[in-house]
Design a protein around this ligand. Sequence first.
Ligand code: URA
Length: 177
Amino acid sequence: MIPEKNCTRCALCQFRTKIVMPDGDPSSNVIFVGEAPGENEDLIGRPFVGRSGKLLEKIMLEEGIKRSDVLITNTVKCRPPGNRDPTKEEMDACRPFLEHELSGRKVIVGLGRSACRDLIGYEGKMGEIVNKEMKINIGGKELTFLPAYHPAACIYNNDSKAELRRTMNILRTKYMG
Ligand code: URA
C-alpha cells in the first residue's frame, strides 16, 4: 500500500510540501527506518537529504555500504511542523505504508527513538538497546531488528557516531555478505 498523492490520513497533510517516499534499492534485504522528513526532505521529496543524511551516508561508506545498497524510509512520510517527533496517531496512520515497505526484507535498522517506538514499542534510552539485534514479527514474518542511533544524534557526539559505525559494521559483516 502506498499513499495517494493527496493523502489525508493524518493531520501532517496540512503542513507538507511533498510526501517523502522510500529511496534506494527497492529489492534490498535491508531497510533503514528513520523518524520523519525534515525541511529539506519535505521540499525535495527524498528521505535523508539534509545534514543527518550526509552524515549517515558518510558513516555507511566508512563501513563499505553505499546508500544505494539499501532502502531508506521513515516512520511517517510527511514532515511534522517544527521537526517535532511524530505522534503515535501519525505513525499509526502511516503504518500500512511502512508495513508495505518492510515486507520481504530481512533486516530493519531502526534509526533513533521514533523508529524504535513505532516498531518495537520501546520508550527507554537508546543507549540500552543500540546494536542489540532482536527478532520481530511483521505481518506474520520474522525479521531481524537492529536498533541504532539516529544520525542527528551523532553530529556532535563521537561516542554515538562510533556506535552508528558499529551498526554499519554489524550490518555488512552479518547481513550483507
Ligand atoms: N531526514 C529524514 O528523512 N528522516 C529523519 O529521520 C531525519 C532526517
